[in-house]
Design a protein around this ligand. Structure first.
Ligand SMILES: C[S@@+](CC[C@H](N)C(=O)[O-])C[C@H]1O[C@@H](n2cnc3c(N)ncnc32)[C@H](O)[C@@H]1O
Length: 195
């Protein structure tokens, strides 16, 4: 039986893909394998599947999240950490044309998020694209002391340089959480292409 909060979440975020994912997809040359870390209800996995990827792998630690995924998407009910940290398999390193992690890395510790970003990059084919977002220190959850990680401008600049960012934005705006509560968001969104 699904957790009803996921039903609510599904209804709130809907099926529209993240705009950053649409932007990243425009940079992808070959649509073979895609990896979605912290896939939630799978709105981005479903979108990527519809855009012609041969394989879309959706990873989320909540089985109630991935149960919403339709057939045709490879579900992995596991943590992002278990999927990527230390993963050196042939179907991981240099395997993915697109790796995304939307609205999920901030639930990891900062150290883990940094390691995951490094692994996301390792997982890319040459010319492959990764897209993710993280919180800034101006985010309300960070200011309120919630257990989320945050980055500053200098740290983001270092990530941009290390992973060859082709798009980077910092946005501070009033919005809502996935469960519909008002919140001030401050997010950095990045798209990087593997050289
Ligand atoms: C805010 S939702 C974002 C979902 C989706 N990417 C989106 O943008 O709609 C965050 C997701 O990350 C998942 N998550 C959080 N920490 C995780 C972890 N350590 N490993 C795997 N999934 C995690 C949650 O279960 C949840 O589905």
């Amino acid at each position: 039986m699904a957790d009803p909060t996921w039903k609510q979440y599904f209804e709130n975020v809907g099926n529209k893909p993240n705009m950053l994912v649409e932007k990243a997809l425009a940079r992808v040359k070959l649509k073979r394998n895609a990896l979605d870390l912290g896939s939630g209800n799978g709105r981005d996995s479903i979108y990527l599947n519809s855009q012609g990827f041969e394989l879309v792998v959706a990873v989320d630690s909540s089985p109630d999240a991935t149960m919403w995924l339709p057939p045709g998407i490879a579900r992995k009910d596991k943590t992002i950490e278990d999927e990527v940290l230390g993963n050196v398999q042939v179907n991981f390193v240099g395997y993915y044309d697109l790796v995304i992690s939307m609205n999920s890395l901030f639930f990891l510790t900062k150290r883990t998020a940094v390691e995951v970003i490094s692994q996301m990059h390792k997982a890319l084919t040459r010319g492959g694209v990764m897209a993710f977002n993280v919180l800034g220190y101006g985010d309300q959850w960070v200011a309120d002391g919630k257990d989320v990680s945050a980055f500053d401008d200098h740290e983001i600049a270092a990530i941009e340089e290390t992973y060859h960012a082709v798009y980077s934005s910092k946005v501070t705006e009033a919005g809502t959480t996935a469960d519909g509560k008002p919140k001030i968001w401050q997010t950095y969104s990045l798209i990087c292409i593997k050289q």
